[in-house]
Design a protein around this ligand. Structure first.
Ligand code: TYM
Length: 337
């Protein structure tokens, strides 16, 4: 039986945090057992905002190592760097030529990031979602496991594939692109900042205490949770719009403790913050400990990591080239002799 294909990626900008893990990578770990899986470190996306070249190369390798430390198995999944497959950039250009500018101008993430950049906004930042569509469409992906914040980008990828490529250049029963579906976790799809329960936990938040990095040492985790914003009410609860911090921290606890929503609520509904925070701290430290130990082993061995990335690249490149040939032909671009 042909297995369905999953594709996803994380930007190597700064250290991965709890949101990336709980909202996305945790889902990948299960999916790789039943699907053909491609997990990409999207380094070309990372340069859409000003970046430090010395840090990027290191961060890309470190992100790949974190994928593996979180449980992505290179025997089950192809792990690779986006910039190692030239077809991502080429497909992005071809899709650029059919994507209306106003589709990009209304993207929420573009508007948010553009606000932070002032008058230094690159064309690449506007084009970010088209590159993301290229990533996904290149691999005939069936499913794209992401956090909730990526939903709009996934819709754009579907729209470009369907209304700008398949219906214009494909044949009736021979679509050029497969139309991918987003896969968003029921729990943990939007982990919020520790400093403000109304804002998403984000790598780009200048306040480092707003997020827990997957490699944060225990004392730093304890410090960040101790500082995390609370309210003056007693007892933890979910989904009370007036208590976003309570809902967020209880969500994190329910997932990383493995208890699930009902049991976590039962345990914590009569607890004050002073009792809950140490519990959350302990659960977070023990959930991250195996990831951190595994990461330290992997990062000591760059040769092996590079081998994994190379194998991933070869597999990814083969599929990407097949898709590109199909599209080049459909668009009237001459195939190489
Ligand atoms: P990035 O690096 O911002 O986020 C990586 C993944 O983590 C999820 N995520 C969250 N989930 C829950 N709570 C949060 N606070 C949180 N913050 C981030 C994101 O939804 C994402 O799934 N544009 C993508 C990278 C990308 C991509 C792709 C993903 C580029 N090409 C193709 C899928 C398919 C992004 O936001 O990365």
């Amino acid at each position: 039986m042909v297995r369905k294909r999953v594709f996803s990626g994380v930007q190597p900008t700064g250290e991965l945090h709890l949101g990336n893990w709980l909202g996305a990578i945790r889902n990948w770990v299960d999916l790789q057992k039943t699907h053909e899986a491609f997990f990409c470190v999207v380094d070309l996306h990372a340069i859409t905002v000003p970046h430090d070249p010395n840090l990027l190369a290191q961060s890309s390798i470190s992100t790949a190592a974190l994928y593996m430390a979180c449980g992505i198995d290179s025997k089950l999944s192809s792990i690779f760097l986006q910039s190692h497959i030239p077809a991502h950039s080429e497909l992005c250009w071809l899709l650029n030529c059919v994507t209306p500018l106003n589709w990009l101008e209304r993207m929420i993430q573009f508007k948010e990031k553009a606000l932070k950049q002032g008058d230094n906004i690159s064309v690449g930042l506007l084009d970010y979602p088209v590159l993301m569509a290229a990533d996904i469409l290149l691999y005939d992906s069936d499913l794209v496991p992401v956090g909730e914040d990526q939903k709009q980008h996934l819709e754009l990828a579907r729209d470009i594939a369907q209304s700008r490529i398949n219906s214009r250049f494909g044949k009736e029963n021979e679509p050029i692109f497969k139309i991918p579906k987003p896969l968003i976790m029921q729990e943990g799809a939007k982990i919020m900042s520790l400093a403000d329960g109304n804002n998403k936990m984000s790598k780009s938040d200048p306040n480092e205490s707003s997020r827990i990095g997957l490699l944060d040492p225990p004392d730093l985790i304890a410090k960040k949770i101790k500082r995390a914003k609370t309210d003056s009410q007693f007892g933890l609860e979910f989904d009370n719009p007036n208590r976003p911090e309570a809902s967020n921290l209880l969500t994190i606890y329910s997932i990383i403790s493995g208890l699930g929503k009902d049991k976590a609520l039962k345990e914590c509904s009569e607890m004050g913050w002073g009792q809950f925070k140490p519990l959350l701290t302990e659960a977070t430290i023990s959930a991250l400990e195996p990831i951190q130990i595994h990461y330290q082993e992997l990062i000591k061995n760059p040769k092996e990591l590079n081998q994994v990335l190379n194998e991933g690249k070869l597999k990814a490149n083969e599929i990407a080239e097949q898709t590109m040939n199909r599209l080049r032909k459909a668009l009237g671009l001459q195939l190489q002799a």
